[in-house]
Design a protein around this ligand. Sequence first.
Ligand code: BYC
Ligand code: FE
Ligand code: FE
Length: 489
Amino acid sequence: MTNSSAAYVDGAVDYSTNIPNNIGLVNDARVLKALEQWHPGYLDWWNQMGPEGFQASDVYLRTAVSIDPKGWAQFGYVKMPDYRWGILLAPQDPNRLVNFGASKGEKAWQDVPGEHRASLRRLIVIQGDTEPASVEQQRHLGATAPSLYDLRNLFQVNVEEGRHLWAMVYLLQKFFGRDGREEAEGLLQRRSGDPDKPRMLGAFNEATPDWLSFFMFTFFTDRDGKMQLESLAQSGFDPLSRSCRFMLTEEAHHMFVGETGIGRVLERTCEAMKKAGIEDPHDTAKVRALGVIDLPTIQKKANLHFSLSLDLFGSEVSTNAANFYNAGLKGRFMETKIDDDHVLTNATYPVLKFVDGQIRMVDEPALTALNMRLRDDYVKDCQGGVGRWNKVIEKTGVNFQLKLPSVAFHRQIGEFARVEASPDGKLMTEADWIRMRDQWLPSSEDGEFIRSLMRPCWEIGQYAPWIAPPKVGIDSKGADFEYVAIHRA
Ligand code: BYC
Ligand code: FE
Ligand code: FE
């Protein structure tokens, strides 16, 4: 950490201004002032819409103190409203180029190219909008946390999503003048689920009613965040790229919370079944009587959150996506590792479509198929995690496997928005689908059962009976560390 002089060590975070940063904000009076003016509104938003009831608690949080991957985090007790949200960008590479699209080979842009201003602003605003939305969706969960460890992880995710909002607001304030300031204001005005001023993307207006949903959300929806950030990290607009690259280092923890959260639920359920001698995972009444979440209900939650997250990729065939790529604004997952011309004007990509009453693969121009391509990469990434969950089940000897549903199942956006399909991809009439709905998605009865288990467990080292303790704690602490010192507001 540096002292309050104007100089700052590259990579280290300057805490001398109100807004911690590693970009020499102290020398950029205009942007510093704009951010300082935005700051109180942000804190109002946090106090109103952030985690309910724990603002006075001491939370064992990680704060970024450097962008060096080996030493960027510092742990300590913080009251959330005092968290040092700041602006952190990955280091600049002076030789970086635009790596794809019509401007491929140019030096990466340090400023916004005039002709791409509107597209870029839109991408940044949409990205920015999801961050506070997720905090709003999760704000009631503290009251039913299954342990102090989980409570702390929830709050860590929440403060970092808050920081991701800061990351996008910085770009708006620095590069988009007056309309950037208006958009930054708008990001504090919209509210998840509010019919009059909803958040921009569908999944971010859904409820996160319980901890099973929270874990599924951080597994499936934060993973969309990862894929989108990876694509934006390829951007020819270098400040966006650098910003997203740092955000990705934080994203890894969010997905860890989701994956291990569900893994611990599976472990607990399977152990309880084994101990009680229940062989049939579908005997839900017996399993539920043990006070654990039956595996078919976990599958239904996965079906719901996977399908909601698939909608976040937009239409399979999209001229927006083609334009973003062509303009050098948003690339593909692992763009620079792909062996092709990175222009794609002559390439095709197979897209799953609904044609003549059937689901079929159709070759489309690769440029317009970029959303489909990113979604394919996403599905592969999800598949890996589901495989790891199935290993947890297998190890206990219970005979059950979780499966990702078909991409045609339960969709609101794109090719499959107008058809009904089962989780294994069979097309069906709407009436049949409605009849089967509660077999495939959480029913109100499932919701009530889960809610009945959601009792807070706030004693140090204690875990709610429906979830196993973690194998390791945070920052080399044990499962019995006091991760949150609760002082109720
Ligand atoms: N809901 O050509 P289309 C994260 C709109 S998550 C509502 O099909 P496009 C996080 C679309 O805006 C990552 N509207 O799609 C996770 C367009 O409207 P206009 C967030 C939708 O534009 C957890 C129209 O439909 N980041 O970070 O190619 C916790 C036609 O669009 C939806 C990004 O998404 C929808 N689901 O792609 C915290 C990256 N889908 O223009 C955080 C930035 C589409 O006709 N965003 N529409 O008015 C993008 O790259 C693109 O906007 C999208 C959509 C991929 C979202
Ligand atoms: Fe985020
Ligand atoms: Fe996240």
